[in-house]
Design a protein around this ligand. Structure first.
Ligand SMILES: Nc1ncnc2c1ncn2[C@@H]1O[C@H](COP(=O)(O)OP(=O)(O)OP(=O)(O)O)[C@@H](O)[C@H]1O
Ligand SMILES: [Zn+2]
Length: 720
């Protein structure tokens, strides 16, 4: 007898859907979330396909779970990601599925209002509550107490007496409806033209990808807001991807100024019931705009009409564990599947996106000038070969003089060094012992505020010892090299009466405080800001007129094929923080190699020249986007196991023409979290079906044993 069969994909690291019979009378459709037996438990999964067949021996679907159905487009997207990244399909699904927790109770919000009778006994505190409550409105208990300036106990007493009555309030809306006509920004001519191009693209039959390239401070946000307004008018949803959504308070305020309310935000800090409700509301098309981190790409939008990828060049878009995907590239895929235009915005686009423009795949929209006629900062190199810096100091006399000048005028200076902590290496003056992480092949970084030595790879922390752990000498430890904390120390010695702040991602107090401090900087509450890349991008500090880059050469020597591009982008972004307000800005870049192409291009302000040269270098070397790369990391708790397996894999690599397999070689970070690592790198010509090759190779590889792991990374961004 034939019956209905559901092929159910389970959000675990499984590559195939499992078949279950559908009991008579149970209505099941493709995309439904269902409960099914798996081994000895019940799990949730998604119906990936329905068919008729012999279901006699199959286990049965237990129930349909009340959760948003995953649309065919969404399922296609997840299939595509699994195919492209070689991740198990179930792992891709796990990124796109939230199953409501039936045990989670909606926390009822209780409001209070005046019930009628006056209190039997009047006190000054009660008097204040009565005065506020007099207007008859319903307020949260806490709001009423706060407004009256009394404790919650006073309000409770009045409720007990029947003077106030309680009212159960509806749950807070997940997100309020933005209004496309709320506020109007008068755009400059250049902005208007760019905005019109974006808006026009929204009506096309085949939604295009557009690269919105505008110099720092050109007002890209205001431009793409016009496309967002158009999507709203069409009743369709917009996704705005941002690299550091938790820190974008300024962005949310600008959105609110334009559309009346803040957009819904989605990131790891949105948790629990709120996360579930948002997920459901997005599936029901009740939320029109989501601003989110890369995970927001996997939400079940009912009608996605536009995707913006802000700061599209950012490395934060690459996820480097679990499913290795690049959110910018996957956004383009999702846009194609949904037929939604994708806008990639950046002052310093990736070479990949620029080449896609050259190949005619993406459209180019440019904003060559800063908004409001403001000029780009003047950038000058400080040649460290010629200018001596006193021992134990890191600021050149030129930079010190410039800071002095700037702060004397009441303007702000930013000192940029992309290194957290106090010193990247600590050694013992007596025995030369270097403090290294016990779990990783890396030095421990001294964090002086925390009085600790910290591993930046695994998070290992130990207290900075008083006596050397190796030889026992007391007070013999020497910090080598600077981190931002050390620069802050120098700045406060040089400018004792100026207000300094040091900011990095490990700032004590977490995101909330960091946000508050960024706002304080924008409001001019500090004179000198010392920071890592965290302060380098996206922010608008109107009073900042000087940016000092302490060590421009830092990233240039890594073995990463994108080292030059990354450094150029970073330096453009950070120097772009200067002069965004009324007053013009300048930047001083300390370097040992002022003639290096990256530094020279930065100083000359000729970004085009840099892009041309770097693109040519990539093309000659057959590197992305002119060739394709995949990296494989074999790791194990024993070094030998990792190496043996990596070698065995290389033996059966059998690369066809157009494919080269390099390695295995010990990874630059040979040990992370107690696991030894070996790397293989696959390099192919652009036309090669990289995924097909990788799959056939994996099928030939020996079975993985013990705790050995192989992790595949298509389009790797990290080579450590
Ligand atoms: N049409 C406009 N009217 C008023 N102010 C504007 C307008 N366009 C941009 N601005 C202001 O100009 C500043 C720079 O804009 P914005 O932050 O969008 O630049 P950006 O292109 O994103 O720069 P970056 O890439 O450096 O982050 C902001 O303070 C913004 O509010
Ligand atoms: Zn470590």
């Amino acid at each position: 007898m034939t019956s209905r069969i559901a092929d159910v994909l389970i959000p675990l690291a499984l590559d195939t859907a499992y078949s279950y019979a559908v009991p008579d009378g149970l209505a099941v459709e493709e995309g439904d979330v269902v409960q099914v037996p798996l081994a000895n438990r019940e799990v949730a999964g998604v119906v990936w396909g329905m068919r008729d067949g012999q279901g006699g021996n199959l286990k049965k679907v237990t129930a349909v779970i009340e959760a948003p159905n995953l649309s065919p487009k969404m399922r296609k997207f997840l299939d595509w990601i699994a195919w492209y990244t070689l991740a198990p399909k179930g792992s891709a699904l796990a990124m796109g599925l939230k199953i409501p927790d039936p045990d989670r109770q909606e926390v009822a919000r209780v409001g209070v209002k005046l019930a009628g009778p006056s209190p039997k006994r009047m006190t000054p505190a009660r008097q204040k509550v009565m005065e506020v409550a007099q207007d008859g409105t319903v307020r949260l208990k806490s709001e009423l107490a706060h407004a009256a300036g009394v404790s919650a106990g006073v309000v409770n007493g009045l409720i007990d007496e029947g003077v106030l009555e309680t009212v159960t309030l509806l749950a807070e809306p997940v997100a309020e409806m933005p209004d496309p006509a709320f506020g109007h920004t008068a755009l400059s001519d250049g902005q208007r033209e760019a905005a019109d191009t974006l808006v026009a693209a929204m009506g096309e039959e085949h939604a295009p990808v557009l690269l919105l390239e505008g110099v720092t401070g050109s007002g890209k946000t205001e431009v793409y807001f016009e496309a967002v307004a158009e999507a709203m008018q069409q009743g369709r949803q917009t996704l705005i991807l941002m690299p550091e959504i938790a820190l974008t308070a300024q962005f949310l305020d600008r959105f609110a100024a334009r559309f009346g309310v803040k957009p819904a935000t989605w990131h790891s800090g949105v948790t629990g019931r709120k996360r579930e409700r948002l997920y459901t509301a997005i599936a029901a098309n009740e939320v029109k705009v989501v601003a989110g981190a890369r995970s927001a790409l996997f939400l079940p939008y009912a009608d996605l009409g536009l995707i913006i990828v802000d700061e599209e060049h950012e490395t934060a878009y690459k996820q480097d564990d679990g499913v290795h995907y690049h959110a910018r590239d996957m956004a383009v895929v999702r846009g194609k599947i949904e037929n939604a235009p994708v806008v990639l915005a950046s002052a310093t686009p990736s070479i990949e996106s620029r080449v896609n423009v050259e190949r005619g795949r993406y459209r180019h929209v440019k904003l060559p000038e800063r908004f409001g006629g403001r000029s780009m900062p003047q950038i000058r190199a400080v040649d460290l070969r010629k200018e001596a810096i006193p021992k134990g100091r890191w600021l050149s006399p030129t930079l010190v003089a410039a800071v002095e000048d700037t702060v004397a005028r009441g303007e702000q200076a930013l000192l940029f060094l992309n290194r957290r902590g106090y010193a990247p290496l600590t050694l013992c003056r007596s025995c030369a012992h270097r403090y290294e992480c016990p779990n990783c092949s890396s030095w421990l970084v001294e964090h002086r505020f925390r009085r600790s030595l910290v591993c930046h790879h695994c998070g290992h922390v130990e207290r900075t010892p008083h006596a050397c752990v190796e030889c026992g000498s007391v007070d013999s430890l020497v910090p080598c090299g600077p981190g931002v904390e050390r620069i802050a120390e120098e700045a406060s010695e040089l400018f004792p009466d100026k207000r300094c702040i040091v900011l990095s991602s490990d700032f004590p107090g977490g995101t909330e405080r960091l946000r508050a401090e960024l706002a304080a900087i924008a409001a001019g509450e500090f004179d000198i800001v010392i920071g890592t890349q965290l302060v380098a991008k996206g922010h608008n500090f109107p009073l900042m007129t000087l940016v000092g880059v302490l060590d421009a050469d830092i990233g240039l020597t890594s073995g990463d094929p994108r080292a030059a591009e990354r450094t150029f982008q970073m330096l453009q972004q950070v120097t772009g923080r200067a002069g965004r307000g009324e007053k013009p800005g300048r930047a001083l870049v300390q370097t040992w190699q002022p003639d290096h192409p990256v530094i020279a291009a930065l100083i000359s302000g000729d970004a085009e020249r840099f892009y041309e040269e770097e693109t040519r270098v990539r093309e000659m070397a057959g590197l992305p986007p002119f060739g394709r790369l995949a990296s494989l990391v074999v790791s194990a708790a024993e070094r030998e196991a990792a190496e043996t397996h990596a070698r065995a894999m290389a033996l059966v690599a059998e690369p066809p023409p157009g494919v080269t397999v390099l390695g295995p070689a010990e990874a630059p970070l040979a040990l992370i979290r107690g696991r030894y690592r070996f790397r293989l790198l696959v390099k192919t010509e652009r036309e090669v079906d990289l995924q097909a090759y990788l799959r056939s190779w994996m099928a030939r590889c020996p079975k993985i044993r013990g705790n050995t792991r192989v992790s595949i990374d298509v389009d790797p961004q990290s080579f450590l």
